[in-house]
Design a protein around this ligand. Sequence first.
Ligand code: ADP
Ligand code: TRP
Length: 334
Amino acid sequence: MRVLSGIQPTGNLHLGNYLGAIRNWVRMQDEMDSESQCFFFLADMHSITVHEGREQRIRNVRDMAAALVAAGIDPDRSVLFNQARVPAHAELCWLLNGTARIGWLNRMTQFKDKVGKDREGASIGLFVYPVLQAADILIYNATHVPVGEDQKQHLELARDIATKFNTDFGVDLFTMPAPIIPKESARIMSLRDGTAKMSKSDPSDMSRINLTDDDDAIMTKVKKAKTDPEPLPETAEGLAGRPEANNLVGIYATLSGTTPDAVCAEFAGKGFGAFKPALGEVLVETLRPIRERFMELRTDDAALDAILDKGAARAAAAAEPTLRAAYDAMGLMR
Ligand code: ADP
Ligand code: TRP
């Protein structure tokens, strides 16, 4: 098993990132046997599709590294690095640009969502983004890629690119990667609107729980979270058409390792006045140790840089044979 995943170091991590992505990485890392390996990276080369000042970009990479370590990624067991330090990603992306088709990229819903009506004004980088992502995955011959539901299409594209490259050049170079999408916690919704996903780009800070929020802030946000006046139903079926209630029950179930049905059974007939403090409590207990480690780690840039140095060296060594084989398959002298 070769596990690989990436996350953009865009700052302001929230509960959605933790439950939707990072926690699954930690689980996979912790379940690894000695034959398997995990690669986790900060997709800073992807993040250039969003304009950011130099200093902030540097800060974001270190912060995300600190957050991952705080959440349980062990840089001795997993290869933790930032993409910009391993040029093989960008090199393979260029080679794969010969294989990927414009028609394939035109179908990418994330690109369409992000550009909205201004397609002409979007950067080429944003359009080609999924090819770089395919390179990220294929360069390590990753077999398992833990991602959120929204990345499924990018994984399919990576498989299409891998298949076409292998066929076009008559090689058996790239391994087919499989997305690993957790069923529960796949989508954490905004605390202000149960139909919008929790996101760092939501203008209202009350809509999300940040990894940097202290205990009081978490409690306040949960207590002010939008709900409906109905009590909790007896089974999860009764949450249909109640997006806010459904979200809060889902978060509680995920954090306490049970199912929405079990949570409903526990709180059936009670109102949110009773449920919210319980939810706040679980959230506070889960996030406090992570926040405390995060705050401590982010004060030591030298230690974070050392972690990323070591990770980049290990990643570059792992990427090199695949990159060399790709150049060779194409008849490019290198
Ligand atoms: P944001 O929406 O805040 O900009 P990103 O798009 O940078 O977050 O996502 C980073 C990672 O976190 C991705 O793997 C994504 O699937 C996951 N993620 C982001 N928001 C959520 C959410 N609300 N619920 C579950 N997972 C999420
Ligand atoms: N596009 C992914 C996201 O927005 C991040 C990412 C970049 C990624 N390269 C990757 C995820 C490779 C998995 C594998 O969440």
